[in-house]
Design a protein around this ligand. Structure first.
Ligand code: GDP
Ligand code: MN
Length: 385
């Protein structure tokens, strides 16, 4: 789960990590007022669920409150497109106004879950800022990676090693050691899959400051964090994803024209691969999970049909726990309700498969059934011709 920069900064601050003074604004008048409060010179930052804002024109240093207001007007409602947003971009509805800081140096610092080692890794670089992706590509030796042993945790000497590798000395170095340990504490206590400070800056006055912050929570830890849902900004999410979440369905939007309903993530991956193999382009995939009900299948099917990119639907379900006749009923119910005329191919197997196929055949829908994954994929691709 994503949160905004200003929320991430509040959390970091709660763990003793220094951040610039700032205010969140919802209107350009509020932007102006906040700018006045900070003496005119301030940084205006679009709050969206994506990085790369600096280069996309979402971050600006201004010198007067009027200039702040003007830029606020320009940003509100605008869709910012960055390498992390996808082609449609994300709409700006909140703006963070911060006191401007004189930067001496910019570092990169993060802790993230490394799924290969099943551990947190601390990642740091002396070449932080907006070019970090380039640094990682062109000179990976400038990025320091330290795997953290979950049993011993992050030891002070390890944090010091990183601070020294960043070229810090004296009190700033000691401040950084403390900051790194606080960052790790934050990561553990808040169950983050990522905490990132880029840039972590040393100001001209010699203080460490988290100038930007990004936090991702681990969705699986939702049950022990009552505070997570309240922090969610639904306006930043795909409405269909929100809807799917309500029914406990996993929905992922893709760029093609074939809607895919599957059960299980492994089968989903295989389905997408085989579709691609036959020249098809998936528009999305929706995982209805294991033991689903007819209602859930119907909701899932409706969500797929709501995506206007969908020109045909491919259902690939193995009825182990789930019965094929239940799946068929769900599809028929949803397709009839929204008067779907799109071609549908259903490949299902398992319990009550014959009953399921018969229900579909008698449904009057534009539906074909298939016995194998390859057969089904070929059919839907050729139906869309
Ligand atoms: P991102 O591009 O989405 O990662 O947004 P950032 O918050 O990292 O902002 C991009 C860049 O703007 C930073 O790398 C800084 O160089 C610059 N920036 C942000 N805040 C300030 C500030 O208070 N003063 C100055 N001089 N530059 C800033
Ligand atoms: Mn940044």
């Amino acid at each position: 789960m994503n949160i905004h920069e200003y929320q991430a900064k509040e959390i970091l601050n709660g763990f003793g990590i220094p951040v610039p003074r700032g205010r969140v604004a919802l209107t350009s008048d509020q932007v102006e007022r906040a700018a006045k409060e900070f003496g005119g010179r301030c940084v205006i930052k679009a709050q969206i669920y994506a990085g790369g804002r600096g280069k996309a024109g979402g971050v600006k240093l201004v010198h007067h409150p009027e200039q702040a207001q003007e830029f606020g007007k320009e940003l509100f409602g605008k869709r910012l497109i960055t390498p992390q947003t996808g082609p449609e971009g994300l709409k700006v509805r909140r703006i963070l106004v911060e006191e401007a800081v004189e930067i001496a140096r910019e570092f990169y610092l993060s802790i993230t879950l490394d799924r290969n080692t099943s551990r947190y890794s601390l990642i740091a670089s002396a070449e932080g800022g907006v070019e970090i992706e380039e640094v990682a590509k062109k000179s990976p030796e400038k990025i320091h990676v330290l795997p953290i042993d979950p049993f011993t945790g992050l030891r002070p000497y390890q944090a010091r090693k990183i601070a020294l590798a960043l070229g810090l000395t004296g009190t700033v170095c000691e401040d950084c050691v403390e900051l790194i340990q606080n960052l790790y504490r934050c990561c553990l206590e808040k169950d983050c899959s990522l905490v990132e400070i880029n840039p972590l800056t040393v100001t001209k006055a010699g203080w460490l400051l988290a100038m930007d912050a990004k936090i991702n929570f681990d969705d699986n830890a939702m049950f022990r964090h009552r505070e997570y849902p309240d922090m969610m900004d639904y306006s930043q999410l795909d409405p269909l994803e929100i809807n799917a979440g309500k029914y406990d369905l996993s929905y992922i939007k893709l760029s093609g024209n074939i809607g895919c309903m599957v059960n299980g993530a492994g089968l989903a991956m295989a389905t997408l691969d085989v579709l691609k193999e036959f020249g098809g382009e998936p528009a999305n995939f929706l995982d209805v999970g294991g033991g689903s009900t007819r209602e859930k299948v119907a909701e899932a099917f409706k969500i797929i049909l709501e995506d206007s990119d969908v020109k045909g639907v491919f259902v690939n379900i193995f009825g182990g726990i789930m019965r094929c006749d239940v799946i068929a009923q769900g599809i028929i119910e949803a397709a009839s309700e929204v008067k779907c005329t799109l071609p549908i191919v259903v490949r299902m197997d398992g319990s009550k498969v014959e009953e399921g196929k018969q229900l579909l055949a008698e449904s009057g829908l534009n539906v074909q059934t298939a016995d194998t994954l390859g057969d089904g994929a070929q059919r839907i691709v050729s139906m869309l011709g």
